[in-house]
Ligand binder design. Structure first.
Ligand code: PHE
Length: 464
């Protein structure tokens, strides 16, 4: 590929900050505020958090650098980027399949992500109506249970969220996201800090911190290590081309390593803050840390019901959460939309509508997982290890994408960027110090791929 054509037909970010904001918008979302606390609760706390943090640093960060680098070098949708780079590096054309793995993962994730974002959206109105004022933990829980048991209303909120996402994507990712994210992310952060003060006042703050940060490694199972690793990919939006496609709109001069570090730090901070807010509320109200996907909806409203100006703060909080989910959702279908525009000659609008409708239909399965289909579950064991246990449609999709497809995508990205791409190509593209480059090369060649493979083999019982 010649140097001249290296800007994307879909446009380019206006600056490095714009890229960092958009990528942070993709990374920070339901994964940080909804998923991180509930899976931490389900997997016993501290030790799980330690593994998650280790995965962020040793696997997530180097793979993020690799993914942005591949995107910027390829300048197209992940499918075509991988095809172009494979050709450029003299590797088999089959690497385009890595792009497809990502497109499919993005669809599947968005299908259930939108359902949960719909919950948050409905909680904007529910909180604003004042129903949580003075509500007990039991009252808050039963409001949630009643809400999710109604498929029509979940479907309606899922539909609204998907329509909104489709509209934004059809206008092109670069219009609006940069600006929106630059106000909304800091605002979300401020609200989390306010909530942190509430949690400090519950008298159970230390219990919360203890649960979150004091590791008890006996509580770790092969499966919880897999979930922690999968979540590192999920929360940083890695392994499916979202960050690759955002990288393809990145101006040439930007330092990829620095930008990636900033994104990872912001993302991790938001998740840890969310954990520090939620768990004191859990313990103060004798709730169950392992309550599952409803955890934040069963805890935060208690806080909003008790605190000064709780209606306002709570309404704002859920609104900002919806925006955070939105800026992530956009990046989940951008790889598919970019591919349709490049290869099928359709307009962005047509591409977005097709993608949005397909995702919406698959999402219906997740809507039903919380009510009509909640008892339709299945389990799977391999070599005596339980791989899937009592999974609904929703939790199957979540487990399949976050814990298998994303790490698999990440593994192949690491192999391609570390071993198959010429050192001179990646060195030129990353354009960082000798030391920094060598550290990255070691992580991407050795540490990240081995870690992912060991976790995979461990959970399938092949190695113990
Ligand atoms: N990172 C997003 C979140 O934490 C989810 C996401 C995953 C977005 C994969 C894009 C790609 O909510």
């Amino acid at each position: 590929m010649s140097e001249e054509i290296r800007t994307s037909i879909h446009g380019q970010w206006s600056s490095r900050t714009a890229f960092i904001l958009a990528a942070t918008g993709s990374a920070v979302g339901l994964g940080n505020i909804w998923k991180f606390p509930y899976i931490t609760g389900e997997n016993g706390g501290g030790a799980f958090v330690v593994i998650y943090l280790l995965c962020i640093v040793t696997i997530g960060l180097p793979i993020m650098v690799a993914e942005v680098m591949l995107g910027r070098r390829g300048r197209q949708s992940p499918v075509n980027t991988m095809a172009a780079l494979a050709a450029e590096e003299g590797r088999p054309a089959i690497w385009f399949l890595l792009g497809w793995l990502g497109v499919i993962a993005g669809f599947l994730i968005l299908s259930y992500y939108s359902v949960i974002a719909g919950w948050a959206l409905s909680y904007v109105f529910r909180t604003a109506s004042g129903v949580f004022e003075g509500a007990t933990a039991d009252g808050v829980s039963s409001i949630f249970t009643e809400f999710v048991s109604n498929p029509e209303s979940l479907l309606a909120w899922h539909t609204i969220f998907m329509v909104a996402t489709t509209i934004i994507v059809s206008r092109g990712v670069k219009h609006g996201i940069e600006k929106a994210v630059s106000y909304l992310m800091p605002a979300l952060f401020v609200l989390l800090i306010i909530l942190l003060f509430y949690s400090m006042s519950t008298g159970y703050f230390l219990d919360g911190l203890n649960f979150l940060f004091a590791p008890d490694f006996n509580k770790l199972t092969a499966n919880s290590i897999l979930v922690a690793m999968g979540h590192a990919f999920f929360t940083l939006s890695l392994g499916m081309g979202a960050i690759m496609v955002y990288g393809s709109y990145l101006p040439k001069e930007t330092s990829i390593a620095k930008a990636s570090m900033m994104i990872a730090v912001a993302d991790t901070l938001v998740a840890l803050l969310a954990g520090m807010v939620i768990f004191p509320i859990v313990f103060a109200n004798s709730l169950e840390p392992g309550a599952g996907p409803g955890l934040i909806f069963q805890t935060l409203p208690i806080a909003f019901g008790q605190m000064e100006a709780g209606v306002l703060i709570g309404t704002l909080f859920f609104l900002l959460l919806v925006f955070a989910a939105w800026s992530s959702a956009i990046s989940l279908i951008e790889p598919a939309v970019a591919w349709l525009v490049e290869n099928k000659g359709v307009t962005r609008v047509t591409a977005s509508v097709w993608c949005g409708m397909t995702t919406w239909v698959v999402g219906i399965g997740s809507v039903l997982s919380f009510n009509l289909w909640s008892d339709k579950t299945w389990s799977l064991s391999l070599f005596g290890e339980t791989l899937f246990e009592n999974k609904t449609f929703f939790s199957t999709l979540d487990g399949l994408t976050a814990n298998i497809m994303l790490p698999m995508g990440g593994l192949f990205i690491a192999i391609f960027a570390g071993w198959l791409m010429k050192v001179e190509s990646s060195k030129k593209e990353l354009n960082t110090t000798e030391k920094g480059y060598n550290l990255w090369l070691f992580l991407i060649r050795v540490v990240a791929p081995i870690a992912v493979m060991v976790v995979f083999l461990n959970v399938t019982g092949v190695i113990k």
